[in-house]
Ligand binder design. Structure first.
Ligand code: NAD
Length: 462
C-alpha cells in the first residue's frame, strides 16, 4: 500500500462501532469537506493547473453544488420509506450504509471525481478509502497531505499509488467499490470485486457519438460542440468524441467551427489561458498519433515540450482510421460522413454502448428518433455536457460505458443498501393460525385472500 494518511485497517472497527451512522456525524463530516474546499480553494486550483495545464472554468463549484444539495436534503433522504403492506405491521425500507467503501478516481477532474462519490459515501453513513489517480500527482499529494486535517481519520483514509498499489488494495474485502476510469481497468476492478462478491459502480468512458442533422442552426451547433470537445483540452469522459453528419453539413460546419474556436481561444489557442494541456507525454503521443486520420481541416499543430495539441477538426474520417479505434480523450474532433439519420443510428448501434449520445436538429422528431432508437448511459439533445449539470438526473454508463449511477440523491442511493424491513407485532397470534399446518381448505382459502394480489382492471363478474 502506498502512502496512507491514517492507515486503513482500523476503518472496519470504526464502521462496526456505528460511529458513522448518526445524522449529526454525517453532517459534521460533510461540513468539514466544505471547509476543505473553501480553505484549499487556491491550492486545489494550483495543483490542478500543474497537473492539467489551464483549466479555468472547471473550478470546484460542481463539487460544492453536490455538497449543498446533499446537506439540504440529507435528513429527508435518510428517512425510512414506508411501503404498502397487507399485514397489520410496520413495513419499510431502511437506507443502510454498506460499510467500508473504496473510491478509485481518475486524473481528468482529479478533485471533483473523488469528492462527489465521497460526499455520497459519507452522506449514506459509510467509512471510505479514497484512491486518487497517481497521474495527477500534484492533486494526489495535496489530497493525501491535507484531507486528513478535515475528516475523521478513524473513518476516512487516502491511499496513494499506481497500478501495483491499487492491485494490492483491491485484494482487500470492501463492502462497495466505486470506480471511475477506463473500461479495461473497470474490468480488472470488477474481477477483483467478484472475488468478495462486492457490489460495484463503474463510471467508465468510451466514444460518445454526436449526430448533426441537416436541419440545424450551424453556428449554435459549432459553438456547443466546440465547447464540449475542447473543454479541459478534450479530457472529459462525456465530451462528444466524433461527429456524424452529411457531407453537406460537414462543409457548413467547418467555417462555423473555425469561428467558434477563434472566439473561445483566440487566433493562437496555445496562448489562451482557457485552453489546457495534455496530462502527460504518453497521452500526448497517443493523441498526436491519431492526427493521421482523415484530413486535418482545422488546427493540427502540436508542441511536445508543452504537451500542447491545438483544437483540431479532422474531416472525412473513415471508421477504420486510428481516431475511430479508441476513445480520443484529447482536443481532436473527427467527422465521419454518413448519408442520413438512419445510417447514423446504425453506426451508433454497431458499436459499444456509449456514456452519452448527442443529437442536434431543429426538428425535435429527429432528436427523439435518435433517443428512441439508440442506447447509452445518458442523452443530450441540442447541446453537449449540459446534462451533467443537473443533479436531478442520474449520471452513469451502460454496458461498455459502465454500471450504476450517481449525482445528487442518486449518489446517496448508490452508497445505501435498501434494506427491506418488516417489524411485526408480538401478539395477535390467532391471526397467524391459517399459515400453520395442518392445512385445511378453509385455512388455505384465508391465506389466499390475505396475500393474493389481484390484477388491476380485470372484472370477474363479466
Ligand atoms: P484509468 O482506468 O487508467 O485509471 C483510473 C484509476 O484506476 C486510477 O486511480 C489508477 O491508479 C487506477 N488503475 C489504473 N490501472 C489499474 C490497474 N491495472 N489495476 C488497478 N487500478 C488501476 O483511467 P484514467 O486514465 O485515470 O482516466 C481516463 C478514463 O476514465 C477515460 O476512459 C475516461 O472516459 C474515464 N472517465 C470516466 C468518467 C465517468 O464518470 N464515467 C469520469 C472520468 C473519466
Amino acid at each position: 500500500m502506498g502512502r496512507s494518511v491514517s492507515g486503513g485497517c482500523h476503518l472496519r472497527a470504526s464502521w462496526l462501532s456505528g460511529k458513522t451512522r448518526p445524522l449529526e456525524y454525517r453532517v459534521a463530516q460533510l461540513e468539514a469537506l466544505g471547509r476543505f474546499l473553501d480553505d484549499k480553494k487556491e491550492e486545489i486550483l494550483e495543483a490542478t493547473e500543474l497537473d492539467m495545464g489551464k483549466v479555468r472554468g472547471a473550478g470546484i463549484w460542481g463539487s460544492l453544488n453536490e455538497l449543498n444539495v446533499t446537506l439540504n436534503n440529507l435528513c429527508h433522504w435518510m428517512k425510512d420509506e414506508h411501503v404498502d403492506k397487507n399485514l397489520l405491521d410496520s413495513a419499510f425500507i431502511r437506507k443502510d450504509p454498506y460499510g467500508v467503501v473504496l473510491i478509485i478516481a481518475p486524473w481528468n477532474y482529479p478533485i471533483h471525481l473523488f469528492l462527489v462519490p465521497l460526499i455520497g459515501a459519507i452522506a449514506a453513513g459509510n467509512c471510505a478509502i479514497i484512491k486518487p489517480s497517481e497521474i495527477s500527482k500534484n492533486t494526489e499529494r495535496l489530497v493525501a497531505e491535507t484531507l486528513s486535517c478535515y475528516l475523521d481519520n478513524d473513518c476516512f483514509a487516502v491511499v496513494t499509488g499506481g497500478v501495483q498499489e491499487t492491485t494490492r488494495l483491491l485484494e482487500n474485502k470492501f463492502d462497495y467499490i466505486f470506480f471511475s476510469g477506463s473500461p479495461p481497468v473497470g474490468q480488472i476492478v470488477m474481477t477483483a470485486a467478484a472475488k468478495h462478491l462486492t457490489p460495484v459502480t463503474l463510471e467508465l468512458g468510451g466514444k460518445n457519438p454526436c449526430y448533426v442533422s441537416d436541419t440545424c442552426d450551424v453556428t449554435n451547433v459549432a459553438r456547443r460542440v466546440a465547447w464540449g470537445r475542447f473543454f479541459n483540452a478534450g479530457q472529459t469522459c462525456i465530451a462528444p468524441d466524433y461527429l456524424l453528419c452529411s457531407v453537406e453539413m460537414q462543409e457548413k460546419l467547418m467555417p462555423a467551427l473555425r469561428a467558434a474556436i477563434t472566439e473561445f481561444f483566440g487566433p493562437n489557442p496555445q496562448e489562451s489561458p482557457d485552453f489546457g494541456r495534455i496530462v502527460n507525454d504518453k497521452h500526448f503521443r497517443r493523441i498526436r498519433a491519431l492526427l493521421c486520420s482523415g484530413r486535418v481541416a482545422l488546427g493540427g499543430q502540436t508542441d511536445e515540450a508543452e504537451r500542447y495539441i491545438a483544437p483540431t477538426v479532422l474531416a472525412d474520417v473513415l471508421p477504420s482510421d486510428p481516431a475511430m479505434q479508441e476513445e480520443i480523450f484529447g482536443p481532436v474532433l473527427p467527422i465521419v460522413v454518413i448519408a442520413n439519420m438512419d445510417e447514423a443510428i446504425d453506426f451508433i448501434n454497431a458499436r459499444p454502448r456509449p456514456l452519452v449520445v448527442y443529437a442536434f436538429s431543429c426538428d425535435s422528431k429527429v432528436v427523439n428518433q435518435v433517443l428512441e432508437r439508440t442506447s447509452s448511459g445518458g442523452f443530450c439533445g441540442n447541446d453537449t455536457l449540459m446534462h451533467l449539470m443537473l443533479s436531478s438526473l442520474p449520471f452513469g454508463g451502460i454496458g461498455n460505458s459502465g454500471l450504476g449511477k450517481y449525482h445528487g440523491k442518486f449518489t446517496f442511493d448508490t452508497f445505501s443498501h435498501q434494506r427491506g424491513c418488516l417489524h411485526r407485532n408480538m401478539g395477535l397470534e390467532t391471526l397467524n393460525t391459517p399459515r400453520y399446518p395442518p392445512y385445511t381448505q378453509q385455512k388455505l382459502g384465508l391465506l389466499t385472500t390475505t396475500f393474493e394480489v389481484k390484477r388491476r382492471g380485470t372484472c370477474t363478474l363479466l
